[in-house]
Ligand binder design. Sequence first.
Ligand SMILES: [Cu+2]
Length: 248
Amino acid sequence: MKGMKRVKRTLVGAGALLAAGTTAGAAQTDPAVGWDHLWSEVLIDITVIGVVFGVAALWMLFKYRARSPADVGRGPKLSGTQAVAWALIPAAIFMADDFFLSAKGWTLWNVYRKVPANALEIRVTGRMWMWEFDYGEGVVVSAAPNSEETVKVPADRPVVLRMTGEDVVHSFFMPAYRVKEDVMPGRVTYLWFLPRQGTTVATCTEFCGTEHSNMNTKIEAIPEAAFEAWLANQKKAAQTTATSDHKA
Ligand SMILES: [Cu+2]
């Protein structure tokens, strides 16, 4: 009875923990932070496992070393149970950790693929060899190779990029935000990220021709109010140009 109670309590505890994990997942607004956590977790796990097995191997090397030339070939044999346990226990430990990390990765991936409702949408076109950013209403920023022009985004507001290509396969990569997605003709792919104030780099990461390495641009995240003011100005300018073009 006591045992059953304990099992029940453990199950309830595990359930609560899982539920807490799910809520934390839902509240997660920046997948980049989640990817970093997951990566350090992978590193910690493989280090711990590596050290444990390394120490065990060294200990056995020492314990079962040959003490005299006559010892060679007379090492102790493992029993059937020992042999099976030696294979299964480490495999179970590795698999448990693998499943645990993949479950976390899968949860995070789903957060990453679900665009937040309040995201600002920018349409991106990739072509040999530049990126173009379309904010709508005639506001287009062309990031020509090596230009000093930055692509502005609002800090702390999610931004979704809907991307397509005009010629060959490109890949849009923002290392600082841990996001990368292929860009190709005939299809619209997407990614979203949560800008942090400051300037970072976006670059093409699919070899697309001789100028591929120049296909990069600076992404500048500025406070949202400043961004809104900038965008409103750009829209006004775009409208004026359109009207004067029309008159001409
Ligand atoms: Cu490219």
